[in-house]
Design a protein around this ligand. Structure first.
Ligand SMILES: Nc1ncnc2c1ncn2[C@@H]1O[C@H](COP(=O)(O)OP(=O)(O)OP(=O)(O)O)[C@@H](O)[C@H]1O
Ligand SMILES: [Mg+2]
Length: 206
């Protein structure tokens, strides 16, 4: 079985930057790597992603409907892409996974935690990442980076600093005392963050 590694953190923390660099390194040392993301990763998942990011003609999504869309994308992803890749022996690097639902839908949108946990487990059949990297930045830094990027903000990125603060605190609290997580300070150089991540991969899996 390959290793299953997920990346988490608030908007703009550097997940996509770091996952790409890790994929490049693993490939360069001869590993087969599947780089994927949530929501998305499959045809169905990418269509759900477009709905979640773009919204539907401005209609406010019910928090439960939103959660179920994430879980539908996740179920398709686990069964159709992640499990087959791990079984082939590939490492799977996934930009967000079920921890995002715990903190965004559970902590920040205040859906009952046990319901989110149940649906996560249902969608994944209990698949757990071997390692989850949380890249931690403050909500103020997040907003600064999103504005600097200059793109139009999507439906979730338009949430308030308070919302991102809740999400960040949610991540910090799930990481505490759980060895599945590596918490890295995201307000360092891109390459320093990447060094920490590679070191952790080496220590755990090589
Ligand atoms: N360590 C860093 N220091 C400063 N800026 C960074 C750092 N890492 C990434 N950035 C910049 O911050 C922005 C967000 O980075 P990136 O897209 O990797 O984050 P993300 O977590 O994937 O964001 P999103 O949640 O929106 O997908 C980009 O403009 C990127 O160049
Ligand atoms: Mg990203």
């Amino acid at each position: 079985m390959g290793k299953f590694i997920t990346f988490e953190g608030i908007e703009g923390c550097g997940k996509s930057t770091q996952i790409q660099l890790l994929a490049e390194w693993l490939t360069s040392i001869g590993k087969s790597v599947v780089l994927t993301r949530e929501p998305g990763g499959t045809e169905l998942g990418e269509q759900i992603r477009a709905l979640l990011k773009g919204g539907c003609a401005g209609e406010i999504f019910s928090s439960k409907a939103e959660l179920l869309l994430f879980e539908a994308s996740r179920a398709q992803h686990v069964e159709g892409k992640i499990l087959p890749a791990l079984a082939r022996g590939d490492d799977v690097l996934c930009d967000r996974f079920f921890d995002s639902s715990i903190v965004y839908q559970g902590v920040a949108r205040k859906i009952f935690r046990a319901d989110v946990a149940f649906l996560n487990n249902f969608a994944t059949d209990g698949l757990l990442p071997d390692l989850t990297i949380i890249v931690d930045i403050t909500p103020e830094e997040s907003v600064e980076r999103l504005l600097k990027r200059g793109d139009q903000l999507d439906r979730i990125e338009r949430e308030s600093v308070k919302f991102f603060g809740d999400v960040r605190n949610g991540y910090l609290s799930i990481a505490e005392g759980d060895p599945r997580f590596l918490l890295v300070e995201g307000n360092q150089n891109v390459s320093d963050i990447q060094d920490e991540i590679r070191k952790e991969y080496g220590a755990r899996f090589m």
